[in-house]
Design a protein. Structure first.
Length: 426
């Protein structure tokens, strides 16, 4: 297996964890390179299901190493909780989980500010998860109050940084939002303790990954969220606070772009979105509710119902262009098994014009109406099928058309949450 990136080609929740878990069979190391505990990746192996927020989902393969890169904002409480929960389920992280010393931390005041800020907005509301991700990235870029994993390992430095930060954040919480101030001493004590527990996992990730690639080891980079949530290339301002596209795999792990061989875009056989923002193919009313129930479309992190719609070709074409996708992995095909009629958006109509490409201006996107092609549903179960040629002819025609619209071939088709419910397409 060459060095690969697997990332979301829509608005997140595309089933990346299942695809990463499957691709990990051929990998030696799995790297998470951006985002934070706002991303929920669900993996099901046999009767064991686990929702990952911080740790790469490849950790369920006991012989694989997993890396949390410098581009991730690390919530120590969430991370250590996942390590403990994995241990209870029989999966040890010892000696195979590595955390970048340069990754920034999510602190309690980041969560408090996230919640207070979202609740107080009178204009645009983004619909954040409230996990403190945006405020943590803000501190990282602003540089004044950024706290990194390496600071956890030095109690004196940590205490000095946190006292300054907590006092400044308490001023904002109290005087701007009227919120309760946080306990400075309790936070410092908690994070000194977290540092001691995390110490065995911390290392120079850039050096480690590059040395392993030099040895011929196969590395899989796991993206969080999706392309259309990228802070630069997504439907701004309804985006996340990090770069979710392929370039972030390099900057978020310290690996040069010439070391990447393949980029796989994970996309559902339909489209979903969590939170606010334009969504041209959204299915409203009973139709949307029915697809939501068929796909169990509720957020792994928040439990919020996802907005559901038909497959949107312009979105995935944009993802192919921005990420340089070499192929797509199509998930949730089985969710459509019982539907009699299907639609696929091939372009948009906007104020009398036909748009083949996804518009970067959200004001234009809000005015777009989907131009659909319609397909007859196959109305046969696909969950047990393991060869592409064994799929119903109508299902293959649907997959082929999606690949054509995406400008990238389909390399994988998923027909269920289980690891083996996966079809490789030659």
């Amino acid at each position: 297996m060459p060095t690969k990136i697997a990332l979301g080609a829509q608005w997140g929740d595309e089933g990346k964890a299942k695809i990463v878990d499957y691709l990990t069979l051929e990998a030696d190391i799995v790297v998470r390179y951006q985002g934070g505990a706002n991303a929920g990746h669900t993996v099901k192996v046999d009767d064991t299901e686990f929702v990952f927020h911080m740790i790469p989902s490849g950790i369920m393969h006991e012989e694989k190493a997993c890396v949390v890169g410098n581009g991730v904002v690390v919530d120590p409480e969430a991370l250590l909780g996942e390590i403990a929960e994995l241990g209870e389920k029989g999966f040890s992280c010892e000696g195979r989980l590595f955390i970048s010393q340069s990754a920034h931390l999510v602190m309690p005041y980041h969560k408090a500010l996230d919640k207070a800020g979202e609740e107080s907005k009178t204009g645009v509301t983004i619909g954040t998860t409230g996990r403190g991700i945006g405020p943590a990235y803000r501190d990282k870029v602003e540089r004044t109050f950024g706290v990194r994993v390496m600071d956890l390992l030095d109690p004196n430095t940590l205490g000095e940084k946190l006292r300054s930060a907590i006092r400044a954040k308490n001023e904002i919480l109290n005087k701007i939002y009227g919120a309760e101030e946080l306990d400075e001493s309790a936070i410092i004590d908690d994070y000194i303790a977290y540092g001691e527990r995390m110490r065995p996992y911390v290392r120079d990730i850039s050096l480690y990954i590059n040395e392993e690639i030099d040895k011929g080891r196969n590395v899989l980079f796991e993206g969080a969220q999706g392309t259309l949530l990228d802070v630069d290339h997504g439907t701004y301002p309804y985006v996340t606070s990090s770069n979710t596209t392929a370039g972030a795999a390099c900057t978020g792990s310290g690996v040069g772009p010439t070391r990447i061989d393949e980029v796989i875009g994970v996309t559902k056989a339909y489209t979903t979105r969590v939170g606010n923002g334009p969504f041209p193919t959204e299915m409203l009313g009973d139709e949307g509710d029915h697809l939501r129930q068929l796909g169990n479309e509720f957020g792994a992190t928040t439990g919020r119902p996802r907005r559901c719609g038909w497959f949107d070709g312009p979105i995935v074409r944009a993802a192919t262009r921005i990420n340089g996708l070499t192929s797509i992995a199509l998930t949730r095909l089985d969710t459509l098994d019982t539907l009699g009629n299907l639609k696929v958006c091939v372009a948009y109509e906007c104020e009398g014009q036909t748009l083949q490409q996804f518009p970067s201006d959200p004001r234009v996107l809000e005015k777009c109406k989907p131009i659909y092609e319609e397909f007859e549903g196959w109305q046969e179960p696909t969950h047990e099928i393991r060869r592409y040629e064994d799929l119903p002819a109508k299902a293959r025609a649907y997959v082929d058309r999606i690949a054509d619209l995406s400008h990238a071939p389909a390399s994988i088709v998923s027909v269920g949450p289980e690891r083996d419910a996966t079809i490789r397409v030659d």
